[in-house]
Design a protein around this ligand. Structure first.
Ligand code: SF4
Ligand code: SF4
Length: 413
């Protein structure tokens, strides 16, 4: 096959409907081993995607040589979805991934970016930001573009500035193909946001630990009922699920001897059928190869493995001092709406994790809870204790968690 024919063939195959936008673009050396893809409506994506929030670094700069190799490997294996954002890698992510991707035919890759809601103070800011981001990424359009990080603090930026309507205008002009949002709020807020517009997709934090101890199951169910396709972020809980406590490692090894912790966590997420791609923040070629391998040789999660995930989540939880089972009976009586099971769940995850960033993730996720529902808002009335089947002294434990949060925060100063 002549070189030009090869390039055209490769581009067409990888992109699904790829066309060349020039004859100087990089050759895609297509491997026979392609990752599995999923399709929701018109969105056709690889099940695993390269999240560009933890790019390889060298001397405080993005390691472009390593990133080049990663993108080349990903493209060769059909993992041609890249997800970046305005503030990732201290604002360097968009430039870096754009610099590498410009070597490839535009239609051969899927690029997702996000409009930072916290920077939007008027409707016209949406266009300004999008145009700036397109320039940084050196592309004429984004495939997926979303309101970034809707939560209790940014919901007013999103609503007051009609961000959805502004994104739809950009879509009509061809600057973006699909409109979505990423989300870090509670189920009630998700229900409202998801039903107030016709979204092409949403991006949620889903993994087997959040499913068991926080509310990922509820978030998934809300998106599923609304029939909104889901992109998953933090499938390994910021590394917690690939740094399991020894007891959980032993259990995984004994039941699935050929499975890595990361592969198990990713396959579990892929078991949720509304999910059409899973973002994993990879920092080197080795991690990428492992993740690609999981989805080249993809095996559906089995019922037995679902049960195992549940058991491992329990082990992680029980590694902490609090034997909360997340039954939520206490919530029924708390006059202050303290999010007791979520607080204890986060604390237990922290206690059971050997991940280097466990303390950071603990404080980060704790502070993502609604401020009025955190441990320090408990008035120590004791009503919850009467409802707790585990006989926990809840106000006392909340005080301990609050103390630990403050200690960790202080140690990070
Ligand atoms: S003791 Fe605290 S957590 Fe328990 S019911 Fe009262 S306010 Fe809520
Ligand atoms: S009642 Fe007890 S076990 Fe149940 S969620 Fe509340 S603290 Fe946890």
């Amino acid at each position: 096959m002549r070189r030009r024919e090869f390039i055209i063939n490769s581009a067409l195959t990888l992109g699904g409907a790829a066309l060349l936008s020039g004859c100087t673009k990089k050759e895609i050396k297509k491997s026979q081993n392609q990752v599995v893809r999923r399709k929701f409506e018109n969105i056709d994506t690889p099940l695993i995607a390269l999240g560009c929030m933890r790019l390889p670094m060298r001397d405080k700069k993005v390691d472009m040589v390593e990133l080049d190799k990663m993108v080349e490997y990903a493209m060769a294996h059909g993992a041609n979805y890249f997800d970046t954002a305005y503030m990732y890698v201290d604002g360097k992510s968009e430039n870096a991934i754009g610099e590498i991707l410009k070597k490839y035919p535009r239609e051969s890759f899927i690029l997702a970016d996000k409009c930072p809601a916290y920077l939007v103070n008027s409707p016209s800011d949406v266009r300004k930001l999008c145009e700036e981001q397109l320039k940084k990424c050196q592309v004429k359009y984004f495939d997926n573009y979303m309101v970034h990080n809707i939560n209790k603090n940014t919901i007013s930026n999103y609503r007051d500035n009609n961000m959805y309507d502004e994104l739809v205008k950009l879509k009509k002009e061809g600057l973006i193909k699909y409109v979505g949002f990423s989300f870090h709020g509670d189920p009630q807020m998700l229900r409202e946001v998801i039903n107030e517009h016709k979204w092409d997709f949403c991006q949620l934090q889903i993994n087997y630990l959040d499913w068991e101890v926080v509310n990922a199951d509820e978030l998934y169910q809300i998106a599923d009922e609304a029939k909104v396709p889901i992109i998953v972020m933090e499938p390994l809980r910021g590394g917690v699920l690939c740094n399991l406590p020894q007891k959980a490692v032993d259990k995984l090894k004994s039941e699935c001897p050929n499975e890595t912790q990361a592969s198990f966590g990713l396959r579990w997420v892929a078991g949720r059928k509304r999910v059409f791609t899973i973002l994993s923040g990879m920092s080197n070629l080795q991690q990428l190869k492992e993740n690609v391998d999981t989805f080249v040789n993809y095996k559906e999660i089995t019922e037995k493995e679902e049960k195992l995930a549940h058991e491992i989540a329990q082990i992680i939880q029980s590694g902490g001092a609090i034997s909360c089972t997340a039954c939520k009976y206490c919530l029924e009586v708390c006059p202050r709406g303290i999010n007791i099971p979520a607080i204890f769940g986060l604390y237990n995850m922290y206690k059971g994790s050997s991940a280097q960033n466990a303390a950071f993730m603990f404080v980060y996720n704790y502070n993502a809870l609604d401020e009025s529902t955190r441990a320090d808002k408990c008035i120590k009335c004791g009503l919850c204790n009467k409802n707790c089947p585990q006989s926990l002294d809840i106000p006392k434990l909340l005080a301990e968690v609050d103390k630990k949060v403050k200690e960790v925060e202080k140690s990070m100063d």
